[in-house]
Design a protein around this ligand. Structure first.
Ligand code: SF4
Length: 375
């Protein structure tokens, strides 16, 4: 059965250089981009008997802004050829400030990209160097200004907090600077270090530490309070939108178990209770598609219990929270009745609240959202 209103994620697995903290899959060699684009166009075709309609498309990575507007247009043409794309679709591209000129951005608008997410990370050059970012603050500011000039009126910026030596004051300055550009969306991520990343090794060898729990909490609450005081809606643990209409429609699909198709190396997909993922290596991906295979590495069928636990985990990370009636219909569980004692205790401790049939985290609850889901 074909599916309705799904999201399409396209993974562009190339970066000019690896950031010190990054554990996403990408390669630094860009000479495979043309072959990759051809393979991707084949993969797009492969799912046309399973998915039919998308109303969000998200180019993530990696660094999608390493593709030329022509290459991106070819990908979108292939998507349009095999699927119906809602005329009000949200079409996002993640961009590195080091790549984007005004001309480039105008061309992106011309091919239908209507949402830009810029990886700013910090408004402090020292921090950018420390993180291994290849752009400067000057380039970040120029990218934001060029995006506005090119007509992007739905722009998000990503920031990182919790960097060693970055105190609350410095973080507040970064937030204020971010707000001064009035982006429609801000994602604020806490630095976390995978053991395999170069920055992890740097931290270990210099005996540096990520912030302790108390400082982490303070940074989180400061971010939430400061941004909400300037009118942003803190709608998910790491995400803020200026208005409801600027919440990432694509990412909300992940949090609500709405089906999504992930194309490109290492991309994940979900349809009903089946989740699958592609092989990560770019060369393998290209080779398998060229020989007529699906580059799928593995899949799993999620049980009702897995789905309901995930829905609880994801729901408690959002300001909307869990719609208890929908939850009961979908997973056949009366969450409130089953967990009444714990939920009452959480309400008493002001970590969650019950409003209009929704169980939702308070700001303090969002700060510990992952442990709330263990109820
Ligand atoms: S640009 Fe993004 S995907 Fe590439 S290395 Fe840096 S953080 Fe990772």
């Amino acid at each position: 059965m074909k599916n309705e209103q799904a999201g399409l994620y396209i993974h562009i697995p190339f970066c000019l250089s690896k950031c010190g903290y990054c554990s996403f899959y990408s390669i630094e060699s860009v000479n495979l981009i043309p072959e990759f684009v051809s393979a991707l166009k084949e993969e797009i075709k492969n799912y046309s008997n399973i998915f039919s309609l998308f109303d969000t498309i998200y180019f993530g990575g990696g660094t999608p802004s390493l593709l030329t507007p022509r290459q991106l247009a070819e990908i979108l043409e292939a998507v349009n050829k095999y699927y119906k794309i809602d005329k009000n679709s949200e079409i996002t591209l993640e961009a590195n400030p080091g790549d984007i000129s005004l001309q480039y951005l105008k061309e992106l608008r011309g091919i239908g990209i209507n949402r830009l997410n810029i990886g700013i990370q910090s408004f402090d050059d020292k921090i950018l160097r420390f993180l291994g970012r290849r752009h400067s603050v000057k380039e970040a500011v120029a990218a934001i200004e060029a995006a506005r000039q090119a007509g992007f009126n739905n722009m998000g910026i990503d920031l990182i907090y919790g960097v060693h030596g970055l105190g609350i004051k410095s973080w507040e300055n970064t937030l204020q600077k971010a707000v001064s550009f009035a982006p429609e969306h801000i994602s604020s991520y806490q630095l976390s270090l995978d053991i395999k990343t170069p920055l992890y090794k740097k931290y270990s060898s210099a005996n540096w530490h990520l912030p302790d729990e108390k400082t982490e909490l303070k940074l989180f609450l400061t971010t939430s309070e400061e941004l909400e005081s300037t009118g942003y809606i803190h709608y998910e643990v790491s995400n803020f939108a200026r208005l409801d209409k600027f919440k990432s429609r694509h990412n909300q699909k992940y949090w609500r178990h709405v089906p999504y198709l992930g194309l490109g190396p290492a991309a994940h997909s979900l349809l009903n209770n089946k989740r699958w993922r592609n092989k990560a290596l770019v060369k393998t991906y290209i080779k398998e598609i060229a020989s007529g295979k699906m580059p799928v590495e593995g899949s799993e069928i999620l049980s009702n219990e897995q789905l309901q636990l995930e829905a609880m985990f994801l729901g408690l990370r959002t300001k909307t929270g869990i719609d208890l009636k929908r939850y009961k219909t979908k997973y056949n569980i009366d969450l409130f009745a089953e967990k009444k004692t714990i939920i009452d205790a959480l309400i008493k401790n002001k970590l969650v609240e019950l409003k209009n049939g929704f169980l939702r985290p308070t700001r303090a609850g969002m700060a510990v959202a992952d442990s709330l889901a263990l109820i």
